[in-house]
Each structure stands twice: as structure tokens, then as C-alpha cells.
Design a protein around this ligand. Structure first.
Ligand code: ARG
Length: 420
């Protein structure tokens, strides 16, 4: 009995001795309810929000006060489709000369860029040799600065498909780590990825824009392969992201139970209906087309890939609008890595340009993304109990969402990475 009293006493002293942070600002955006709340006093203890309605008068001397008068607070952004090791100036054959170590070092600098741009969480959809998992762990261990990473590791795909290396001729015998054919090979590859730390399973359901020799609209995995992939991943508690541009591949991936469809460029009305019925998220990277067609040639993107992009970008944006009108669940996925990572928040204004309201665009980049990751209790909105992932902008992002392209303040899990 005495021991319990002693423990309680010790615990209460501990509580008092932890310094807290009081964060004040003009208002914050409640992304779940879709409106502003004026004059918040956010109390942060350790890495989490203790209260959204603190009393500044009751602070201790040791507590820190951050005054962001004139600013609007929002939850940290989530980009649901990133290649953190991507180097926007290394495309096509140039990329073959990059070692894993060099890619990882790009990842270190890209991670810092994304975080200071206000992106506090990313889902990394593909890393040739598990570099994203090393980056995730280094960030979690405080070795380097970066967003919280949910990592896929090597993406799965058919031999010769979009997720396999197709640049070199046969005598080099090059095969991507995630290449797998047939149901049991696919299941084994899912197990291998999980063994080495993948949080999410990414696979290529169709051809793609940036690969050589794949037809962007053509399905690659069979429905049977996709079904076993998803079943294996889900049984192990991992979500599944399907790269799919083509109409048939999109529908097969939805039917197989993928949690999100990446790109979804040629989705038709039946695909939209299926996504809605199954609660499948669409993650449509509608900003990147501007980079590929605008600056891609000088960045070394091959003509074959530019030509494919010319057949995709515009239709993808039209279909994005249709999916928004139909009310399909959406997350902001950008494919950052093809273009400079710090530009990722630019997609928000494109999402508004192509049919979303500003609050819908912001929800797709916060609470929707957290829900897709099954992490809505941990981040995605400003609420007590969640991680203190807080960003600030000057002005009214609900009238001008491009204000998110220039955030003044970034806090991730209670640590400040950028101040005005
Ligand atoms: N990683 C994708 C692919 O190669 C990028 C597609 C970019 N284009 C687009 N319009 N979203 O297929």
C-alpha cells in the first residue's frame, strides 16, 4: 500500500516537472468540422497535444510560450505518395549511375526539405533497396530531421513491368528487388518486404509513365495475383497501395481490396462507382504533370516518357474532377521525387482548380491521409491526445489554399523545425 502511495506521489511530481509549451495564435483550422476556431491556446507536453483550450495564466515559469499572433494554425500536412530518395535532376539512364548510398543521401536532404515545407508525415511508395526504411528509422531515432515516414520498401510488380527495371538489355540481368510473378511468388515477396520492415505494400497494377517499354493503360498483374497480394498484406496488418493508370487495372485493384489507387488516370464511371462502394481512396498526383512536361526534358526525362505523359496528364485532371463530384475518398499523393520535394504543397491549389473546395483539399492532405494509414488517433487534425504536428501560415487558407506553399512555422511531435 505504502509503495503505491509513493509511486503516485513520484508520478505527480514528474508531471509537474515536465515543461510544457503553450502555443497561441489567431485561430486554428478544425479540419474534421471544416471551420476555424478562434484564439486557441494549445498546450503541448512532450510529443503530444495536452489541450486545445489551455489557460495561459496557469503556466509555470519553466513552460515555454510561443506567440504566433496573426497566424492560422493547421495540422501538419501528409503527402500520401512520395519517393523520398528521388532526385529531380536524375532521370532516365542518368539514374542508373546512382548508388544506393547516393540515393539515401539525397533522401536525407529531401526529408529535411519536406519537413520545413510543412509536411510532417509521408507515405513513401517505393524505394529500390529499403532506403526509405533506413530513413524512417533514422528519423524516429532522432539521427536526422524529416517527416514521419510510412515506408513501402521495394514495390512489387511483374517481370518487365513498371515496377521492374527495364532500362538495360538482357545481358545485364537486371531485375528489381520487388519483381515477382504468380500468386505464391507475390505472397513470398510481401512476406519478404514485411520481414525487412515495410509498413505498407506498394504494387504496380498497370504500366506507367516513367518506365521504359510499358504501356501506361495496360494491366500487368492478374486479378488473382492482386488478390493474394492484398490478402497476404492485410492478414499481416499492412495497407496496400496500387499504382494503376489504366481503366481495367484500376478496377481489378479495387476489387482485389487495395486500400488506395495511385494515379487513377484513366478511371471510368464504373471505377469511380467501385471505389466509392468499397471505400477505396484515390491518390491522384495532378501536380507532377506540370513538372514533367515543363521542366522534364531538361531534367533528363526520356522522350518516350514525355510522350506518355502527354497522353495522361490532362485526362487525369478531368477524371480527378469527376471523382471529386462523385464523392470518392481522396488523399493528397503527389509523386514528389520526380519534382523537388519542397514543391509538394503546390498540389493543393491544383486540387482546388480541378474541383475541390479548399477544405476538401486540406482534408485530403490531413485527416483523410491519417485515416487511410489507420493513424487518425495519432495525427491528421489538431486535437488533444494527438501528436503535436502543427504548422502555421499567415492569412486565410480557406480562401487561398496556395498559402500552404509558404508555411512560417513547423512543429512535428512537439519539436519545432521552423519559426517565423
Ligand atoms: N510514377 C508515375 C508513373 O511513372 C508518375 C505519373 C506522373 N504523371 C501523372 N500525370 N500523374 O506512372
Amino acid at each position: 500500500m505504502h509503495r503505491i502511495y509513493f509511486l503516485l506521489l513520484a508520478l505527480s511530481f514528474c508531471q509537474w516537472s515536465f515543461a510544457k509549451t503553450f502555443l497561441i495564435a489567431d485561430r486554428y483550422l478544425d479540419v474534421e468540422k471544416g471551420h476555424y476556431v478562434d484564439s486557441p491556446v494549445i498546450v503541448i507536453e512532450d510529443d503530444r497535444i495536452l489541450s486545445m483550450t489551455g489557460d495561459i495564466e496557469r503556466r509555470q515559469n519553466s513552460d515555454q510560450v510561443i506567440n504566433l499572433a496573426g497566424m492560422t494554425l493547421l495540422p501538419g500536412l501528409v503527402d500520401s505518395h512520395v519517393h523520398i530518395e528521388g532526385n529531380q535532376s536524375l532521370h532516365g539512364f542518368e539514374k542508373l549511375g546512382q548508388s544506393d548510398q547516393a540515393a539515401l543521401l539525397s533522401g536525407v536532404s529531401n526529408a529535411r526539405d519536406m519537413l520545413t515545407a510543412g509536411i510532417t508525415t509521408i507515405r513513401n511508395l517505393g524505394s529500390k533497396n529499403y532506403g526509405d526504411i533506413a530513413l524512417r528509422d533514422a528519423i524516429n531515432d532522432g539521427i536526422i530531421d524529416g517527416p514521419r515516414i510510412f515506408a513501402a520498401g521495394p514495390p512489387l510488380g511483374i517481370t518487365g513491368g513498371h515496377c521492374d527495371s527495364t532500362l538495360l538489355p538482357h545481358e545485364f540481368g537486371l531485375k528489381s528487388r520487388g519483381a515477382a510473378d504468380g500468386p505464391w511468388e507475390v505472397a513470398a515477396k510481401v512476406r519478404e518486404n514485411i520481414k525487412y520492415g515495410s509498413d505498407v505494400i506498394k504494387f504496380c497494377a498497370t504500366g506507367g509513365v516513367m518506365s521504359k517499354g510499358t504501356e501506361v493503360g495496360v494491366q500487368q498483374y492478374t486479378l488473382e495475383e492482386m488478390e493474394i497480394l492484398v490478402e497476404e498484406a492485410h492478414r499481416r496488418g499492412k495497407i496496400v497501395a496500387a499504382h494503376a493508370h489504366g481503366t481495367a487495372g484500376i478496377k481489378s485493384a479495387i476489387l482485389a481490396g487495395a486500400d488506395s489507387i495511385e494515379h487513377a488516370s484513366f478511371i471510368d464511371s464504373e471505377g469511380i462507382r467501385l471505389a466509392k462502394r468499397n471505400g477505396t481512396y484515390l491518390s491522384m498526383d495532378i501536380y507532377v504533370t506540370e513538372y514533367i512536361l515543363g521542366r522534364g526534358a531538361e531534367a533528363g526525362i526520356l522522350e518516350e516518357n514525355l510522350a506518355k505523359e502527354r497522353t495522361v496528364g490532362k485526362i487525369q485532371r478531368e477524371n480527378f474532377r469527376k471523382a471529386v463530384v462523385a464523392g470518392v475518398k481522396m488523399v493528397m499523393g503527389t509523386d514528389a521525387g520526380i519534382y523537388p520535394h519542397r514543391e509538394s504543397p503546390r498540389q493543393l491549389s491544383r486540387m482546388v482548380q480541378f474541383g475541390m473546395t479548399p477544405i476538401q483539399a486540406l482534408q485530403s492532405a490531413t485527416i483523410n491521409a491519417a485515416t487511410l494509414l489507420k493513424e487518425q488517433e495519432n495525427f491528421g487534425s489538431l486535437r488533444s491526445g494527438k501528436y503535436a504536428d502543427i504548422i502555421a501560415v499567415r492569412g486565410d487558407p480557406l480562401t487561398n489554399v496556395s498559402l500552404l506553399e509558404d508555411v512560417s512555422f513547423v512543429m512535428k511531435a512537439g519539436t519545432i523545425y521552423k519559426t517565423p
